[in-house]
Design a protein around this ligand. Structure first.
Ligand code: MD3
Ligand code: FE
Length: 217
């Protein structure tokens, strides 16, 4: 009885919210995995450190990136692509740890996408001021599979538009532990992240880490 009251009365962040057809937010879904997740991320970043990629247009991205899994997303002046090799080391990307696989698969199943088996996990690091301009994720061959995102550390304002770049984006606050499953029609919607506001997170300090799990082929 008491638990029911705490869950339903005056809760500004419902556990589950639909942002658009096929886009489901699972608030705090990653929190129970934290203790395993954090050391796993540390191990990945030691093997494949964050780096600022250069866009085909020649701009250095304010977000720093790395990957784990059998494929990783890379950008350089020749274009965007998925590649099994980290161009900085010449070695394969670090393997995707079981805890990451488990978060992605259980969140996807919760949103109606059973059997989600991503090859790639792109890891984005934002420091205050870093942003991600409005874009579509179209470098994957399989748009039937969703993308699963996990937000960690400082909160961010996520911008969620429509199928056209000119569609005015709606703004959503994504906090530590929030997981979003982007499938169905929303899979090809324009989206981005507003410049990160300064702050201090108890575990991650002055940064936000975002994981996106992708079925590429
Ligand atoms: C909606 N990352 O890495 S995650 C990206 O917070 C990216 O770092 C943002 O956009 C971040 O490409 C947003 C949420 C997200 C990821 C992929 C999507 C939303 C999406 C693909 C289609 C529609
Ligand atoms: Fe994206």
């Amino acid at each position: 009885m008491t638990a029911d009251l705490f869950e339903s009365v005056g809760d500004a962040r419902p556990a589950r919210e639909t942002m658009a057809e096929g886009a489901v937010v699972l608030r705090g879904f990653a929190r129970p995995f934290e203790v395993e997740l954090i050391p796993a991320l540390r191990t990945i970043v030691k093997q494949a450190p964050f780096r600022h990629l250069i866009t085909p247009g020649g701009h250095r991205m304010s977000v720093a990136m790395t990957n784990c899994g059998s494929l990783g997303w890379v950008s350089d002046p020749s274009g965007y692509r998925y590649d099994g090799i980290d161009p900085n080391s010449g070695h394969p990307w670090p393997a995707m740890p079981p805890v990451l696989r488990a978060i992605a698969a259980t969140a996807a199943a919760e949103a109606g996408f059973a059997g989600f088996a991503p090859e790639a996990c792109l890891i984005n690091r934002y420091v205050p001021g870093a942003k991600l301009s409005l874009h579509q994720d179209k470098d994957e061959l399989d748009f039937a599979a969703p993308i699963v995102s996990v937000s960690l550390g400082l909160p961010a304002i996520f911008l969620f538009g429509g199928l056209k770049r000119s569609d005015t984006p709606r703004r959503y606050r994504l906090e530590h532990g929030d997981v979003v499953v982007w499938g169905g029609p929303s899979r090809l919607f324009f989206h981005g992240v507003a410049p990160l506001a300064d702050g201090e997170h108890g575990i991650f300090g002055r940064q936000r880490i975002n994981l996106t799990f992708r079925k590429v082929r």
